[in-house]
Design a protein around this ligand. Structure first.
Ligand SMILES: NC(=O)c1ccc[n+]([C@@H]2O[C@H](COP(=O)([O-])OP(=O)(O)OC[C@H]3O[C@@H](n4cnc5c(N)ncnc54)[C@H](O)[C@@H]3O)[C@@H](O)[C@H]2O)c1
Length: 358
């Protein structure tokens, strides 16, 4: 069969949902976690750069590129906390995987759903190495779009089955609780962050607010807990009181990016942090004591998206859940790009050449 060089597989939102449903959310998250761990173990061979951000007073638009030398990937993602008021998502995304050898895209996919899945899988991978052994209770502060994914990943990968939910908007908590019904969680709805963290071994903060917020104050954080801080991911947008950071061992994805965007933007630029890949690769220990406070200062890094893109690409053949997108101009003679337009005008003679070429 002739290779059709113009065609790029495209995974729409509809097909992504079908892929998630056909796979099962828990298996999808577990598979994705394995891809992330595999890429974190070969961290050193990736091209790495802090993501390229374009800020405005309303939010941020970011490009997140990386490559393992064989395959290149990038994600376009935005973060606009006010969006939910106009019926839009806070975070939307799409991504591309390309062949480093010839630069041709190999996959274009929606990544709004995929980002929620990869963020949750990443959090659970970090917690696997950092949370207290046998943890079963997680507080989740912020019950928006990311929240159910986080809960399900922590159940699938760590066995978390007790959730303590809090959101400033009770309708968000009610929706989260409803969506998680029947999945084996014991859910307690709380009326404050303070109440939510009581008795929790893991605390996930996943709120959206474009400001220095204080979702957790120092007195709420007892010894031995693991904090999975997701929502502080932009300059001027944090969730934890600085004093918590000073008492914690801080684990990060890529320090040059996290120092700009993470909770640690509140600290001295030389404050010691541990790179999570080194823990996953067995080079440095994760949790090392019962009273240790571990903090995963998550901002989301390009390699996680690369893993997610790789996973989706690997599932395409078996599932067929994609469309063929006529994305790349492919003239018969590669240098005859203009001639391709002229030939197209002959195929459609009713259209005036001047109109075609306008
Ligand atoms: N680290 C990462 O990799 C990563 C990935 C995706 C999203 N995020 C971030 O995670 C956050 C949540 O994303 P989302 O898509 O779920 O957003 P969302 O807008 O759907 O939900 C956020 C929720 O937080 C609640 N909230 C706001 N302030 C609060 C407060 N002070 N206390 C309790 N609840 C509060 C809101 O009511 C809302 O329900 C965003 O800040 C986003 O930028 C991070």
């Amino acid at each position: 069969m002739l290779e059709r060089l113009n065609i790029v597989p495209f995974v729409s939102v509809d097909n992504m949902m079908k892929l998630v449903l056909a796979t099962g959310v828990e298996r999808f998250l577990t598979d994705l976690a394995a891809y992330i761990e595999e890429d974190f173990r070969r961290w050193e061979l990736f091209d790495k750069t802090p993501r390229i951000a374009s800020h405005s007073s309303d939010g941020v638009i970011e490009l997140m590129p990386t490559s393992d030398g064989v395959t290149y990937g990038f994600k376009y993602v935005n973060g606009h906390p006010k969006n939910t008021r106009s019926g839009r998502q806070t975070v939307t995304a799409f991504g591309v995987l390309a062949d480093v050898g010839n630069g041709y895209p190999m996959l274009l996919t929606e990544m709004t759903i995929l980002t929620a899945l990869r963020t949750a899988a990443m959090s659970a991978v970090a917690a696997k190495y950092l949370a207290p052994k046998g943890a079963r209770t997680m507080a989740m502060i912020g019950n928006g779009a990311q929240s159910e994914f986080q809960a399900i990943a922590f159940k699938a990968i760590l066995g978390i089955d007790k959730l303590r939910l809090y959101d400033i908007d009770p309708s968000a908590t009610a929706r989260c609780q409803k969506n998680l019904a029947g999945l084996g969680f014991e859910v307690e709805v709380c009326t404050s962050s303070q109440q939510a963290v009581e008795g929790a071994e893991i605390v996930t903060t996943v709120t959206a607010d474009k400001q220095y917020a204080t979702i957790l104050t120092d007195n709420m954080v007892g010894p031995g807990i693991h904090i999975n801080a997701i929502g502080g991911d932009c300059p001027g947008k944090t969730e934890l009181h600085r004093d918590i950071l000073l008492r914690s061992d801080i684990f990060v994805e890529y320090p040059p990016q996290t120092r700009i965007e993470g909770e640690i933007q509140q600290l001295d630029p030389n404050h010691p942090v541990i790179e999570l890949w080194q823990v996953i690769a067995g080079k440095v220990p994760g949790r090392s004591g019962e009273r240790q406070i571990t903090l995963f200062d998550s901002v989301g890094f390009a390699i996680e998206d690369f893993s997610a893109l790789r996973y989706v690409r690997d599932r395409l053949k078996e599932t067929g859940l994609y469309e063929e997108l006529d994305l790349l101009a492919d003239p018969d003679e590669p240098r005859d790009l203009y001639g391709m337009i002229l030939r197209a005008a002959k195929v459609a003679p009713a259209v005036q050449q001047s109109e075609v070429l306008q």
